[in-house]
Design a protein around this ligand. Structure first.
Ligand code: GLU
Length: 296
């Protein structure tokens, strides 16, 4: 089976150094295996989105010479796929309406205990929809980190597939899309190790063959926080991509050659495809990047 990977940014802001790591890592992993690399814009949560961010992200990928295969897919145009699956599960009783509030769940230990599971609540427009957890996953294999454990209460939880505000849950959309797009491997930041168990559960409940997973080290700021759009991480530069590109490649463990500052973006990316290997990737899941003195 040929390799199909993807990069799936949420358009909550422009790409920053942390998202460049995910873009580059997934791109090199796909292209070093003559695979396809798809881009999917995860615009599932309009209140958290920044207008114009989707286009900005695509322009940034182009500036860094990360060319995707096929058409860009937008989750906002795929609600029917998600809703159809939910409707099927509601019909079979595998999914159910839940009226418990976040506060109630917090008071009962932070994990959902299944209070509404057998209540057969009729929809009233105010409830979340949960999935009965019939295939909990306590452990999975990561291509870099080996066996990773998922805490039991998290793995056993009947998690939300549609929120009470009517938005589709990330775990559901990501798995239905990865299946629909025939993705063979998911490469992304280590902040998404935890939801991976739920995602594998979904593959099992849908009777689909699982994908492989590779979680890349997460870039932290000097205070130890994840670089993220929510923390207002600085956007990477589209007009002068080489400094951030080389810093990101160093972060991914490449042994850069001395004269690379003078190469073109395209030459650096091509060199990266040929020199990518998982054994040089740092073992830790979290790292504070040491930025070079390259002009940024
Ligand atoms: N949309 C997610 C994010 O930007 C990534 C989803 C994934 O790679 O599975 O954090």
């Amino acid at each position: 089976m040929s390799y199909i990977g993807r990069f799936a940014p949420s358009p909550s802001g422009p790409l920053h150094f942390g998202s460049l790591i995910a873009a580059l890592g997934s791109y090199f992993q796909a292209k070093s295996q003559q695979g396809k690399w798809l881009v999917r814009i995860e615009d599932l949560d309009p209140p958290r989105e920044m207008s114009g961010a989707s286009d900005l992200i695509l322009r940034t990928l182009e500036a860094y010479q990360l060319h995707w295969d096929g058409e860009v897919v937008y989750q906002s145009q795929r609600h029917a796929l998600y809703q159809n699956q939910i409707d099927q599960w509601l019909t079979t009783g595998q999914a159910y309406y839940c009226q418990c509030t976040r506060k109630q769940i917090k008071e009962t230990g932070g994990f959902y205990s299944g209070l509404c599971r057998d209540k057969k609540l009729a929809p009233d427009g105010q409830q979340a929809i949960r999935l009965r957890m019939t295939h909990p996953i306590y452990q999975f294999h990561d291509e870099k980190h080996g066996e990773l454990l998922i805490p039991k209460p998290l793995a056993n939880e009947d998690f939300i597939i549609k929120r009470r505000d009517g938005l589709f849950a990330y775990n559901l959309a990501v798995v239905l899309d990865d299946i629909d797009q025939n993705i063979t491997e998911v490469v992304r930041g280590a902040d998404l190790i935890e939801p991976t168990g739920r995602q594998i559960s979904l593959y099992q409940m849908l009777n689909k063959s699982p994908v492989s997973y590779l979680h890349l080290p997460l870039a932290l700021d000097e205070n130890g926080h994840k670089l993220s759009k929510q923390n207002h991480a600085e956007a990477i530069d589209n007009s002068a991509p080489i400094p951030a590109l080389l810093d990101a490649m160093q972060f991914l463990g490449f042994k850069l050659e001395a004269d690379m500052d003078n190469a073109s973006v395209e030459e650096i990316i091509t060199w990266g495809i040929h020199n990518w290997c998982l054994s040089q990737l740092p073992d830790t899941t979290e790292i504070t990047p040491r930025f070079s003195n390259r002009a940024r």
